[in-house]
Design a binder for this molecule. Sequence first.
Ligand code: 3PG
Length: 389
Amino acid sequence: LIDFPVYQLEGKRVFVRADLNDPADSEGNLTGDMRIRAVLPTIGYLVNARAKVILASHFGRPKNREKEFSLRGVKKRLEELSSFRIHLAPDCQGEDVVKLSKELKNGEVLLLENLRFCPGETKNDPEYARFLASLGDIYVAEAFGACHREHASISSVPKLIPSMAGFLLAKEINTLNKLLHNPEQPLVVVAGGKKVSDKIKVIGNLIDKVDSICVGGGMSFAFLKAKGYEIGRSYVEDNMDAVAKEILGNNGKKILLPVDVMVAKELRPASESKVVNVDEIPPDWYGVDIGPKTIEMFKAQISKAKTIFWNGPLGIVEIPDFSYGTRIVGLYIALSSAITVSGGGDTAEVVRMMNLDQHFTHVSTGGGAALKFLEGADLPGISVLPERS
Ligand code: 3PG
């Protein structure tokens, strides 16, 4: 975007693919806004250049247009954070969207509804890509957090109209290139969160590059189950324990798993809870946080690291009673003298909540995408963009 003559933007329809997928509660109310804030400079630039901005994003993983996945809350937050004139389209496809895009005035923003309301998005359907491309004269890639996805708006639309990286994406690429390609060793990865199937293989692929991987949160129960522990009602995605078993078999020593966990009877505030060793998890209890011995073990890794990459909470942080492990490990990372990179919306929210942003070398908007980047993989949403000369 920086290379595109600003005076040529006036009146142009600029399709901005952003990642506005900030954390939200079960009713769809935003509980964070880091990704929305991160894309504001690009939208502001385009609005001031009097372009017509077609803004598009996914939000969560809807199955059937459930209302909690609407971008209504995102629109509201965007309006609170800016003075942009924003119209929310009722859909992400169809005649109404085309009509609204034609009515859009210079300097205004049309926010499409959740792109994943159309199955063509995640299926990377060429027809849907053509529809989206027809809405813009140029394409600006800003969705770093989704650049690892082969989805229509990420990896196909940029092939159909002139495309370029926006300010946020360019910054993410430049910063992560400096920090994570050839990272200063020892490199320690701290990984947690619930998107286990997405990330577990990447964790496996990182083994050769890292000194250790400290695994907590949802991610850890697949590994603990693979090791044969009773994990009660703790969170495990289907078949992920089998994948975990394979990874442990290959080079398990570098993967540090919790030795103790906090377990709770129910997943709600003020539930009965206790700390137990991992071989004592009661069958009908939930694993909700890492325990104090695990915190000490992770701290020892953090204090010897020269580079630390952290992605994913180490417990159920939405419930404050279960957020202690995540917060204290986050604090150790922030206070370390290593190069520190956090990745992903949920992790960024913890960092922000604790006012630790300034202590991190970089707070990336991408979680899975940043992990993939660290692995050295080509991200479809980046490799599709023309190389800058
Ligand atoms: C994220 O939250 O990591 C990105 O927005 C991508 O979302 P996804 O994992 O649902 O594709």
